[in-house]
Ligand binder design. Structure first.
Ligand code: ZN
Length: 520
């Protein structure tokens, strides 16, 4: 089904701002002579350097039209199809005499105008145009007025309700067709009127769909959901509703592809900034995916393709970052975010394959003692080991050869701090207890022998305390492994069970840079 493009092109949130009748402050019953007169008047006024009278009321344009708007309005009214479309989206007078509702609008009395049209709609002959004017009025204020949430919902509901009634009203379309006959121009036909009537619901909802897409792109989730709900609940045929929803998806898919392409070209230039590019791709596409989930459901091929596209572009950003910075722990953590998002088997496999490589890279970098934080160069242990010791008896004596390596055990600042606190705590505790017990024992010893306090007893107490403190401190250091460490941190002695050290031990290697035999 070919859509009627001139109508759909017009269906933007700017619909009423570009309306020629509004810009020229005329109404659809104005003759082409009236239009010419109005344009001449405006041009003369501009030539004289005067400004246009500022329009007032609900229908007034704020900010007022520019020179360009005026030129465009003149052209629109010279094209019969565009003129016809502008008539559809502007107020029609109900009578040739004074129209009280239009006058109320000029006085900014929106409620009064709505009331007058609602009353007029009760009279059979006025009904089609009154309903149409109400549709235009509520649609205009819903699009342009800044009002509270509840008021906005009311405006939109009224607008969509009245536009639906317009669409259904054969009499209205009869009047509209009469306008085509009055124009008597081969460039517009009855067929155009049929197309306009058929696509009107799509055009009306298309505006909500555009607003939802714009909101999604600027991460305005509230506005996005508001307009998607309006589309979902709009009183119109199922086909138009679905079409409007689908139409809001097309630009979203396009936008997602553009964002992915941009991320890919960005990492080519600055691979080390892959983490930033991933983050911005992730944040920008999140609301877009929410729309898709909302509109298409979570089991839709278009939605799934887009999701995988995001996962794969993100993966490329993360891998670039990892290769460039060798920050494997961070690389792994970013990659894990993607796991629940991948949809197709092939995307999942590709992600998991990369994740397992990065995870093993990250293990080498992760603090061995908590296995959570990345290691910090400042606190890591360097363990020297040697192996492959060969002894050879020569004339000059024994000749010993061996190989040695230095294994780095990564440690984070937090673990280093906790482990050193524990050593000192144990040391102080041991010294204090030792000092106390030493002093007590010497004093007790003195009392026992001489049964009174004297110079020797005091010296003995000080000596006892000193010896006690030293023995206690040594014991404290030896027994430090029994002191408590925060949950999840291994004691520093566990460095010997670092996997690479265990591997070397299994191969018969020992600690130290050189074998003891070499020092003999
Ligand atoms: Zn740690």
């Amino acid at each position: 089904m070919e859509i009627f493009t001139p109508l759909l092109d017009l269906a933007t949130p700017e619909l009423y701002r570009v309306n020629a009748y509004r810009i020229l402050d005329l109404h659809p019953k104005a003759s082409s002579r009236d239009v010419r007169k109005k344009l001449d008047k405006i041009r003369k006024m501009q030539k004289l350097g005067g400004s246009l009278p500022t329009p007032i009321g609900v229908a007034a344009l704020n900010p007022p039209p520019t020179e360009e708007h005026l030129r465009d309005a003149g052209q629109r009214l010279a094209d019969p199809l565009r003129l016809l479309l502008d008539e559809l989206f502007w107020f029609w007078p109900l009578t040739d005499n004074r129209d009280l509702a239009l006058e109320a609008l000029k006085q900014n009395k929106m409620e009064a105008a709505a009331q007058l049209w609602a009353e007029a709609a009760a009279v059979e002959k006025n009904r089609p145009l009154s309903i149409h004017n109400l549709a235009v009025l509520y649609h205009l204020v819903a699009l342009e007025n800044k009002v509270g949430d509840q008021q906005l919902i009311n405006y939109w509901n009224e607008a969509l309700k009245y536009w639906y009634q317009v669409e259904q009203d054969d009499e209205f379309w009869g009047l509209y067709r009469n306008r085509v006959h009055e124009l008597d121009d081969p460039r517009v036909t009855d067929h155009d009127v049929d197309m306009i009537r058929r696509d009107l619901p799509l055009a009306i909802l298309g505006i909500n769909s555009r607003i939802a897409v714009n909101a999604a792109e600027s991460s305005d989730e509230k506005t996005m959901l508001f307009h998607l709900n309006l589309i979902n609940q709009a009183p119109c045929n199922e086909a138009s509703r679905n079409r409007a929803l689908r139409d809001s998806i097309m630009p979203i898919s396009k936008r997602i592809k553009t964002l992915c392409r941009k991320a890919r070209s960005d990492i080519e230039k600055n691979p080390e900034k892959g983490d930033d590019y991933f983050e911005s791709l992730f944040n920008q596409t999140k609301p877009l995916m929410e729309i898709q989930n909302h509109v298409l459901g979570e089991d839709n091929p278009t939605r799934n393709d887009n999701q995988d596209e995001i996962v794969l572009a993100s993966l490329e950003c993360i891998i670039s970052y990892g290769n460039e910075t060798e920050e494997w722990v961070r690389t792994r953590d970013m990659m894990r975010i993607l796991v629940p998002l991948a949809v197709s088997m092939s995307t999942q496999e590709r992600l998991n394959r990369n994740l397992s490589v990065i995870t093993s890279n990250a293990a080498d970098d992760l603090c061995w003692f908590c296995e959570t934080n990345p290691g910090n160069k400042k606190y890591e242990y360097e363990i020297k080991m040697h192996g492959d010791v060969q002894q050879e008896q020569t004339y000059e004596g024994r000749n010993i050869t061996w190989r040695h390596i230095t294994i780095t055990v990564p440690r984070c600042g937090r673990c280093a701090q906790a482990q050193s606190n524990r050593v000192w705590r144990s040391f102080y505790k041991g010294s204090f207890i030792g000092m106390f017990l030493g002093a007590c024992s010497m004093v007790g010893f003195n009392i026992y022998y001489w049964a009174d306090m004297n110079q020797e007893a005091l010296t003995g107490a000080i000596l006892g305390a000193g010896i006690g403190a030293t023995v206690g401190a040594v014991l404290g250091l030896l027994l430090q492994n029994f002191a408590k460490l925060p949950e999840g941190i291994k004691p520093s002695s566990e460095m010997n069970s670092f996997p690479r050290i265990l591997d070397q031990k299994r191969m018969g290697w020992s600690f130290g840079a050189r074998p003891a035999a070499a020092d003999q």
